[in-house]
Write a protein that binds this ligand. Sequence first.
Ligand SMILES: N[C@@H](CCC(=O)N[C@@H](CS)C(=O)NCC(=O)O)C(=O)O
Length: 198
Amino acid sequence: MTLTLVHSPNTRSTSFLWLLEEIGAPYEIQRVTIRHAGSEEGRDPSNPHPHGKVPALLHDGALIHEQAAIALYLTDLFPQAGLGPTVGNPKRGPYLTWLAYYAGVIEPSFVSKFLNITPPRGLAGWVVVDEVVAHIDATLKDRPYLLGDTFTAADLIIGGTFNMFGKSPIMPRADNIAAYAARCVDRPAFARAQAKNA
Ligand SMILES: N[C@@H](CCC(=O)N[C@@H](CS)C(=O)NCC(=O)O)C(=O)O
């Protein structure tokens, strides 16, 4: 079995170095260049992602892209890593919900706020950052991780995002999120991923 992560430093693919380090299975890294805001550079022809983005994962020739899909794919492929409840576990539904919520609500809400776009009330598929943060903050009131006592790939993605953007001026005040983000990244696999991030 060959697993290859298509990666560019200090991007969303860095979280997937972290996930692969958590899992502990052998993997390869294909480093690519990506387009950056305001620059004229084109797509890297070696990148198999249909939009030239990262992350992408190649598994024995199959291409998987989109962060939520890659997280689910890897945690299902390596259930022994204990990073995502499998089918039949009562926490499977909440797990899928948090992954889909990340892709469909958290990211669009953060990006639209960053771009200074207010989604028309009731029309967008997501809600404003204040509502997103209030929901996550309330979830974490009585538990260390989104699903309870156990760290999952949903925490890796969501906690990792707050670790990066938690201090941004667009972030509303929250009681539980800073400690949560610090807890998520305080793991040896996170440190190993940073060392490979170049
Ligand atoms: N929807 C994608 C977003 C991936 C994405 O936008 N990645 C950025 C890096 S953080 C990228 O590759 N940007 C280059 C480009 O858009 O061409 C996912 O969830 O994987």
